[in-house]
Design a protein around this ligand. Sequence first.
Ligand SMILES: C[S@@+](CC[C@H](N)C(=O)[O-])C[C@H]1O[C@@H](n2cnc3c(N)ncnc32)[C@H](O)[C@@H]1O
Length: 226
Amino acid sequence: MKDRTGAIVRAEQERYLGKLLPPRDEIVAEMERQAADEGIPISDPEVGRLLELLARGTRARRIVEVGCAIGYGALHLARGAAEAQVVSIDFDAARLERARGFLERAGVADRVELLHGPAREVLAALDGPFDLAYVDAAKEEYRHYLDLLLPMMTVGGTLVFDNLLWKGWIAEPPAGEEDAATRAIEAFNPYLMMHPQMTAVILPLGDGVGLATKTKPTILEQGGPW
Ligand SMILES: C[S@@+](CC[C@H](N)C(=O)[O-])C[C@H]1O[C@@H](n2cnc3c(N)ncnc32)[C@H](O)[C@@H]1O
């Protein structure tokens, strides 16, 4: 969901691109309605579509999402890759419960494992390999998520990071003191772009989406390298 219209691309472009998006099916539309009504942070519709097409295009077999909320991203990932197993993490049990309901109605619940807990702890206990990862939880922790995820990713695997232009505040910081999330994303973006094991790009889609591929294995990967 967009917090600030026109913060990333001009408002007219945003409206135009929004109008081009095909109507969503009943379940996805209900998720979007509930999120808007209750202020639940879910991915932008165009980011949902990107996830679906990446899941399909990469032929991912194992996918991990960091930050599930009510299952909007997880549903797009599962629909994109019809054979894939998806693991999605959140520390909000009530949101995971709602995600479960939507995923059951959509007929993909048997392929989506919802894991409850702080993302860093859950990630540290996971086993790879994963072909696709979507990072969308605490902005202050993105670097930790990446460091935990990278050894579990296959070489050639794809990583997606939401909110890397963070309401437009990374390029144009608001007057006054920056919040912790802004500072964290500011530090994270060059780390991602210059990382020796990845090739990455940041797209002005939604709230800014980082797209990266793992190009080199990690030395001493647990059980790997993949
Ligand atoms: C932006 S929402 C995720 C949206 C979801 N990816 C989607 O596509 O709709 C971020 C979620 O991350 C969860 N979260 C934030 N910090 C977390 C943490 N440290 N550990 C686990 N979950 C966290 C929040 O509870 C929230 O539901």
